[in-house]
Design a binder for this molecule. Structure first.
Ligand SMILES: Cc1cc2nc3c(=O)[nH]c(=O)nc-3n(C[C@H](O)[C@H](O)[C@H](O)COP(=O)(O)O)c2cc1C
Length: 340
């Protein structure tokens, strides 16, 4: 199976909700929620590609070469590369049943574990969606990070207890879900998580806690003060706000504010190993990739996800080779140039 074959098959299966564009940039699906787009004008999604394309790589091929090492320490473990699968829920609603929730959960968590990596998994309004995540993670020896919506302290805490019981790697909360179009219509929708509740929730668990959906340095500092292990700089793929900047463009100022107090993940429009490299140079420890993983899974099954992961890793390695980086620590801001 080749990546081209995966894309071709995905294109046959994913319409009309996903057109499987040559570059998944949010232009064709603007405003389509349910669907794959960004909210409203889609601007918080479409802004990502132009920003990442404007970051240029500084070639340097005169250096003491050594075997390239892409490994990273996170959550008290070593991982072979610095990218993970983003949580992706609502397969029926968003992907027009191209794959069932259950198939996606088992396939995505299993494929990422097979690569030695992990998937952040989604949550949903019904208990069964969360339970699906927990079941898939349990089937893979606890490798995975359930991402729980900010339902309110009682429910959030209850789901964290279930995650602890399953022995998961860490736990995450997509705090930006408080304005998700698919959630707003619920009787009891996700809500804004206050710093005080966040601190209580974080202190209630020994699991590393990652707040997903952080876009400013002050918010990042509040997460650090609450004891978070890390944050995901993200706008939920542009699905919860219009006219936000590209998450990766916020990395330098967020990193400058938090220093080494927390791990910084980022997502939004990351589509190649070069993009992974650029995000690390901008200040991220690691990145999440979302929509393209569904294309890989629908078009190629578990094997498609593994193949796509290898493709991104190969591109990251090539970029490191051509920029004089043999470890991730070498990927510093001077390895890139911002051109606008
Ligand atoms: C169809 C779809 C479903 C998503 N479901 C979730 C979810 O359940 N929880 C969550 O935290 N983020 C969710 N996200 C956001 C992704 O985790 C990620 O932040 C976003 O897609 C940005 O990455 P990308 O541009 O690589 O897709 C979803 C995104 C999409 C497109």
């Amino acid at each position: 199976m080749t990546y081209e074959e995966i894309v071709k098959r995905a294109r046959e299966l994913m319409g009309p909700n996903c057109r499987v564009c040559p570059v998944c940039d949010g232009r064709a699906c603007r405003g389509e929620i349910p669907g794959l787009g960004g909210m409203g004008s889609g601007s918080s999604f479409t802004v990502c590609r132009p920003f990442l394309d404007s970051v240029k790589l500084m070639m340097d091929v005169v250096y003491e070469s050594a075997p390239i090492d892409t490994s990273i320490e996170l959550f008290g473990k070593s991982w072979p590369f610095p990218f993970f699968m983003a949580p992706l829920g609502g397969m029926g609603l968003n992907y027009n049943d191209a794959i069932t929730e259950e198939e996606w959960s088992a396939m995505s968590v299993g494929a990422m574990a097979e690569c030695g990596s992990l998937a952040f998994t989604p949550d949903g309004a019904k208990d069964e969606f969360f339970e699906l995540s927990i079941r898939s993670i349990t089937a893979n020896g606890g490798i995975g990070i359930p991402t729980i919506k900010p339902w309110g302290e009682e429910m959030l805490t209850r789901r964290i207890r279930a995650a602890e019981h399953a022995g998961v790697t860490a736990v995450s909360c997509d705090v930006d879900s408080c304005n998700h179009p698919n959630m707003r219509r619920l009787a009891d929708p996700p809500r804004v998580l206050t710093p005080r509740v966040m601190k209580r929730v974080v202190e209630s668990t020994s699991l590393p806690f990652v707040a997903k959906g952080i876009m400013t340095a002050p918010a990042a500092l509040r997460c650090a003060d609450a004891g978070c292990y890390g944050i995901v700089v993200s706008t939920h793929g542009g699905r919860v706000i219009e006219d936000a900047p590209a998450p990766c463009s916020m990395l330098p100022e967020i990193r400058a504010a938090v220093g080494d107090r927390m791990k910084i993940f980022v997502d939004g429009g990351i589509r190649s190993g070069r993009d992974v490299f650029k995000c690390l140079a901008l200040g991220a420890d690691a990145v999440l990739i979302g929509r393209p993983y569904v294309v890989a899974g629908v078009g190629g099954g578990r094997e498609g996800i593994v193949l796509y992961t290898r493709k991104i890793l190969d591109e990251l390695r090539d970029t490191m080779l051509m920029t004089g980086c043999t470890t991730l620590a070498d990927i510093t801001p001077d390895k890139i140039r911002l051109t606008n």
